[in-house]
Design a protein around this ligand. Sequence first.
Ligand SMILES: Cc1ncc(COP(=O)(O)O)c(C=O)c1O
Length: 387
Amino acid sequence: MFDVKKIRKDFPILNRADAPIYFDNACSTLRPRQVIDAMNEYYENYPACAGRSGHRLGEIVTKKIDEARAVVADFIGAKKEEIIFTRNTTEGINLVANSIGLKEDDTVLTSGKEHNSNLLPWIAKGGIRHEIISDFEKQLKSLQPKIVALFYKSNLDGETLPVKEMTKLAHKYGALVLVDAAQAAGHKKMNVRDLDCDFLAFSGHKMLGPSGIGVLYGKKKLLEQMAPFMLGGGTVSSSTYDYFQLLAVPERFEAGLQNYSGIIGLAEAIKYMEKIGFDDIKNHELALNRIITQALLEIPSIEIIGPQDSSDRGSIITFYTKKLDSHQIMLLLDKAGIAVRSGQFCVHSWFNANKIKDAVRASVYFYNTEEEAEKFVSEMKKISKLF
Ligand SMILES: Cc1ncc(COP(=O)(O)O)c(C=O)c1O
């Protein structure tokens, strides 16, 4: 049974005398003891290299990394060889943007609300035509995009896109689909076979896992056709002074010594999350979101960004008022022990297009409590007296 008090015992920072009310989960989540222990175990007990050293310690790491890859693959319904370990979502998207053979005049279609990590890798490619989705099917037909790159859940306002339906439509017109699942991975069950997306990227640190580790899923037949954009140790079976033979996927995309402790910690995070269960995670987040949304809507001049109904925003509540600077609100909340984020959340393009200066984002997770949401509400009521 879902028991938030019991869950909180697993998170060291929540058990300190100065424990924060941590509402910045869309930036990074907290990490449970189980993840920290799994990572430390690598450094303490088998701090060696995977896949290359045949000695006992090397063999242990190789086995652990193989097991972790299987956990990640199961988590999203993929095959092991379709899982590439990256540093984060950003690296996964850059890998695709640089390896699918985009040519001048190719079109890339994205939503108008993408994180910089799913915008800049595309627009930085000279000669590429980048279009924002307005009338999706019409654009697919007329622009014949090479790839459609979409967030699954928005870090700006928590909105979820119907990526399965959009993927089906995109495929009808011959476009590839990349899903930026950075904000989805810790909050909903994802299955890449069901979504049928061609690529999907996410980060460990947004789903209880370590920072510096991420995942890129790619359909095997596509990965096999792509040229790695980073090469080095671990990517080839042999080389001469002017030739090299690439290893199979995924190894050919994992250049250099990998973040073994991070990979092991990520697998532990997935196991932990699955034990909690995505239905309970979702229901708990919605209950907290409802408390916060209802209260914010009662404060004159506060605007909530995105869908007004809390159930369409999951764990995220982003708002602003023209009467007080968002940064000021963040600092006042911080003084009261509540950690939120202010600014443009790496979605500058949306703020610029909508002529909104910035906003405050409260993002909850399953270890937050109703008491914390009530405290946030009472602090916001106090702050609202200033405007
Ligand atoms: C929707 C979305 N995409 C991509 C990213 C980039 O993630 P990372 O910094 O872990 O690469 C983020 C991070 O906030 C995000 O929210």
